[in-house]
Ligand binder design. Structure first.
Ligand code: FES
Ligand code: FES
Length: 157
């Protein structure tokens, strides 16, 4: 029995580095980022677009990378959680998460950080309701959300 594999060469810039790889047409962007590029900061919590753990920013827009094929990101500029810190120094939002105990197991945290990054870029001083709305696509099983909202609020001040 023969199998048909359709693959294509793609070029994606992630956190300032351009990667050129051959990928199967069916490969999801999250699998490309994690498995092919070894950028394992972005997590997979569901594979169905519900949890937000895989959230990344593609050409300036927040995207759940389990909902996009890698080939659809051909030519795109992608930001992942690995790109937030400045060397060993946490950025303001990451530091606020640390200071406000906004994580426990940390599984949701990369996605929360990317969603909050996108929110704060679009709206640097969000209200509490706007923060809740900005993070509504991200599920956390640990924190009860309150400390996460507090961290985002602190980062916006
Ligand atoms: S893994 Fe993408 S939304 Fe859950
Ligand atoms: S900190 Fe554990 S899922 Fe959010």
């Amino acid at each position: 029995m023969s199998t048909v594999t359709t693959s294509r060469s793609i070029k994606v810039t992630i956190n300032g580095t351009t990667y050129e790889r051959e990928v199967e047409a069916r490969k999801l962007l999250i699998h490309f980022i994690r498995d092919d590029l070894d950028l394992t900061g972005s997590h997979i919590g569901c594979d169905t677009g519900n949890c937000g753990a895989c959230s990344v920013i593609v050409d300036g827009s927040l995207v759940k990378s389990c909902m996009l094929l890698a080939v659809q990101a051909d030519g795109a500029t992608v930001e992942t959680v690995e790109g937030l810190a400045h060397g060993d120094e946490l950025n303001k939002l990451q530091q606020a998460f640390k200071d406000h105990h906004a994580l426990q197991c940390g599984y949701c945290t990369p996605g929360m950080l990317m969603s909050a990054t996108a929110l704060l870029r679009a709206n640097p001083h969000p209200s509490e309701d706007e923060i809740k709305k900005g993070l509504q696509g991200n599920i956390c099983r640990c924190t009860g959300y309150w400390n996460i909202f507090e961290a985002v609020k602190a980062a916006s001040e």
